[in-house]
Design a protein around this ligand. Structure first.
Ligand code: BGC
Length: 826
């Protein structure tokens, strides 16, 4: 790929070629114009392979330098996957705990969200030419009816809460791309909102990058082009098809200047992609799966972990104590939520694995109860080549299994039988029609009855020892849609003997063989497959076993949480409770052993009715490939916890600000809590949360004192002395909030708002001076929706500094503003 001059190319492109550039050519690639040597760029979520901690965990690090390093790591991984444009970070806002995609975004607080986004974007874009995409702009804060829900948001809340993270990202990082949200905001779909895209992002913020749609998120031709949406994703286009485009351009329904401006942005992005040096259609490799990568992932994952309770110093654990690992998240690494943010990571360390590495021998384990609705990925438990190699063996053919002659196109081993193939493209299958034979052996760890489930988009026959035992081909039925369609499939029980090995074979026909009619507008591509397994048992039995085990050890590490089945793109959480019988399990274990440490892995808050009774609580998030190692390091004090909650954990779901309005009601969702999102609401309504925003413990103690606040030029400069008064080295987060003038009457304002923060490492006994500088305009403004400007109201503000939003010893100092002033822009 070689460099080019955008303006010269614009002169040479035909209208048809320009039209072609305004949508992707397939799921992940920009259109190429070989005649003019314009190459194609690759986009990717993730990117794949390296699985960094999910959004809320990244937010909980409160460490922007670390997040920049995480961004650099994403960029390195992108290079290994031949990717030029990363489709992240996600920086929507958790209005409440039930967002299906809440785990992907950083925080309920717009400042933390904006600074975290900027830090990651700076890391990604530190690699020359690599592009980040901030998403989903804007108001995609719930999944319910996401393509047409109208997020009804006051101008002030829109500015102060929902736009602010994007605005800060533009100010502090300049992302190459924005991705528009699926939903409407105040009546207009964002992907065609001139007000949001052209007037705010481009004109007011003076941002000049590329605006792309979310996947299948363009709903108009003219409006989206006029609104300044550059790129329709994915391809082949639905709205920007060649014929309608030609028609709209030739009759000047869309102005030529508009087309040129859109194409200019696409060409500029391609030019930028070229400068990465990553070749077009580059092969993907796994070479970034190195100890250095693991070390970086571990660093991020450890800083995300939040110690919420440590009564009687039950933590850290000593290696001399006997422990049991119990719980449905003990042996399964909960590394990410579901949907496009999930991916096949290189590896996945569970808490059990992490704890085992700390001890001379593996600790005893009990499942306690099962939460995995969809059973477990069968591919994780199987082998091929007679037990010699992990995973199943795949062969992809052009013809079905019963054809006389078959053409083998691809073969590989994979430790999964649960995935989407919507975007699987191979020139050998221009119509996405192919057939996969998946084979291997299953050798159970324990004898007993197991459920095996098969469902797909396509057709599937499942064989055990050459006998066809599950048929998801004849009489397929359509399941209610989740993220996309699937067959209902079938679940059957089989007895397996642990002394034996069973041969299995899966014959899969790709998407086009699917026999259920669906009303999805897009093609299913290669389809999807899900073959899962679980040992048949009752939770009653599992709890009994867990209780027996718990009574034999000094301390119990009880691993609770949700999973990608409960927190996912495509739907919101039904409730905030721990799924399944986990609360019951905790109570039962507590009855026989008071030394229980709950390690909870979820992307968003869960109800903890037992919080008063357990001695230790650790929030482990969906914490990437190194999840289990990070948590074990915290449990055994190989890392002193330093994470702080990036969102409030309420006591009850009913307490949360969006409780009444977290749903699409006939296509409308009123953001009724207005600017009072998260702690802004809990504080104003004096609703005591279970754990407050910004809260998190350490094994050492810190004292924050000597607050000084001064106005220097355009900035508020806040400094404090932080002393580590305990006996371990540790990190503390200094949090700077501002309270509005008491005399303020113009608008109802939160009691205080986060305006800055800094994480510092301090040796035991040492004192460090910490300074936080924040522009006055970002410290004191509210958005005046009448004047359509930010307003810095004259009055006496209060600077508030502490290590949590609800710290008992918050320090305060006045900030005085003598003249009211207004501003726009960034
Ligand atoms: C998601 C985006 C994602 C895109 C491509 C959509 O369903 O909303 O966040 O980048 O798919 O996978």
């Amino acid at each position: 790929m070689s460099d080019f001059n955008v303006e010269e190319l614009l002169l040479q492109l035909t209208t048809k070629e320009k039209a072609k550039l305004l949508s992707l050519k397939d799921f992940w690639h920009t259109a190429d114009i070989p005649r003019l040597s314009i190459p194609s760029l690759r986009f990717s979520d993730g990117p794949n392979g390296v699985r960094v901690t999910a959004g809320t965990g990244l937010g909980a690090t409160f460490n922007t330098e670390l997040l920049t390093r995480a961004g650099e790591l994403m960029s390195l991984e992108a290079k290994h996957k031949g990717v030029h444009v990363i489709l992240g970070p996600t920086c929507n806002i958790q209005r409440g705990p039930l967002g299906g995609r809440g785990f992907e975004s950083f925080s309920e607080d717009p400042l933390l969200s904006g600074l975290a986004s900027a830090a990651i974007i700076n890391g990604i874009q530190a690699t020359e030419g690599m592009s980040a995409t901030i998403k989903h702009f804007v108001g995609n804060d719930l999944e319910d009816e996401r393509n047409f829900v109208n997020s009804i948001i006051t101008e002030r809340a829109l500015r102060e809460i929902y736009l602010l993270p994007f605005q800060l990202a533009v100010k502090y990082s300049n992302p190459a791309c924005f991705m528009t949200a699926y939903n409407k905001v105040n009546g207009v779909h964002v992907s065609q909102s001139k007000r949001l895209l052209q007037e705010i992002v481009r004109d007011e913020w003076e941002w000049d990058g590329l605006l792309m749609s979310d996947w299948f998120g363009v709903y108009s031709l003219k409006e989206s082009l006029d609104a300044s949406l550059d790129l329709e994703c994915p391809g082949e286009a639905i709205m920007r098809k060649p014929e309608p485009m030609k028609h709209a351009i030739s009759n000047r329904e869309v102005n030529l200047n508009v087309i040129d401006e859109r194409v200019r942005h696409v060409l500029e992005l391609i030019k930028r992609g070229v400068s990465t040096g990553i070749p077009e259609n580059a092969p993907e490799d796994d070479l970034n799966n190195t100890p250095e990568t693991s070390a970086k992932l571990l660093e991020v994952a450890r800083e995300a972990v939040v110690l919420l309770k440590n009564e009687g110093n039950i933590l850290p654990l000593s290696k001399k104590e006997t422990v049991a690992v119990i719980g449905p998240s003990g042996k399964i690494g909960r590394i990410n939520g579901g949907g496009s943010a999930s991916l096949n990571a290189y590896y996945n360390v569970s808490i059990f694995d992490g704890v085992s590495k700390k001890l001379e021998k593996e600790p005893p384990f009990a499942l306690g109860c099962s939460i995995d609705e969809n059973l477990y990925d069968f591919g994780k438990f199987v082998t091929h080549e007679n037990g010699a190699k992990k995973g199943a063996y795949y062969k992809i053919y052009k013809e079905p299994a019963d054809a006389a002659n078959r053409t083998l196109v691809e073969e590989f081993a994979l430790d999964s039988t649960k995935y989407w193939l919507f975007d699987y493209k191979n020139p050998a299958f221009p119509d996405d029609l192919f057939y996969m034979d998946i084979e291997g052996e299953f050798t159970p760890e324990v004898s007993g009855e197991y459920n095996i489930h098969v469902s797909c988009v396509g057709t599937t026959l499942f064989y055990l020892d050459d006998e066809m035992v599950i048929d998801d081909k004849t009489n397929q039925k359509l399941a209610p849609p989740k993220l996309g369609s699937s067959s209902v499939g079938d679940t059957k029980a089989f007895y397996f003997d642990a002394s034996k090995s069973y041969k299995f074979k899966i014959l899969f026909g790709s998407g086009p063989t699917f026999t259920c009619p669906t009303d999805e507008i897009f093609a299913h591509g290669g389809g999807s497959l899900e073959v899962t397994i679980d040992k048949k048992d009752t939770d009653e039995n599992r709890i009994k076993e867990a209780v027996e085990l718990a009574s034999t050890v000094d301390k119990v590490i009880l691993c609770t949480g949700t999973s990608a089945d409960y927190e996912s793109e495509g739907f919101d959480r039904k409730h905030m409770d721990l799924p399944g019988a986990q609360d019951e399990l905790i109570e039962a274990v507590l009855a026989v052993n008071p030394n229980v440490i709950i390690v909870n892995q979820s992307g968003t808050p869960v109800t903890m009715p037992w919080a008063d009774k357990v001695k230790g609580i650790v929030q482990g998030w969906f914490n990437g490939c190194e999840s289990g190692n990070a948590i074990a390091d915290v449990l055994y004090n190989d890392y002193n916890p330093s994470g702080k909650l990036s969102l409030t954990f309420p006591k009850r779901v009913e307490d949360n600000p969006a409780f009444l309005t977290f749903k699409s009601n006939n296509g409308e969702c009123i953001y009724g809590e207005d600017v009072f999102v998260g702690y802004r609401f809990y504080e104003k309504t004096k609703t005591e949360p279970l754990f407050a925003f910004g809260y998190g413990l350490s094994y050492t103690d810190f004292k924050i004192e000597n607050l000084s606040v001064e106005l220097k030029g355009e900035d508020v400069v806040v400094s404090v002395d932080v002393t580590n008064t305990g006996s371990f080295a540790g990190q503390e987060v200094v949090q700077f909030y501002v309270a509005p003038p008491k005399t303020t009457t113009i608008v109802e304002r939160p009691l205080k708002e986060l305006k800055g923060f800094k994480k510092v490492a301090i040796e035991a006994g040492a004192t460090v001076k910490v300074t936080v500088e924040v522009p006055i305009k970002y410290s004191c403004s509210y958005y005046d929706s009448e004047r359509q400007r930010w307003a810095i109201e004259a009055g006496d503000y209060t600077a508030i500094v502490g290590n949590s939003s609800d710290s008992a010893d918050l320090l305060t100092a006045p900030i005085s503003i003598d003249k009211t002033s207004y501003w726009t822009g960034i």
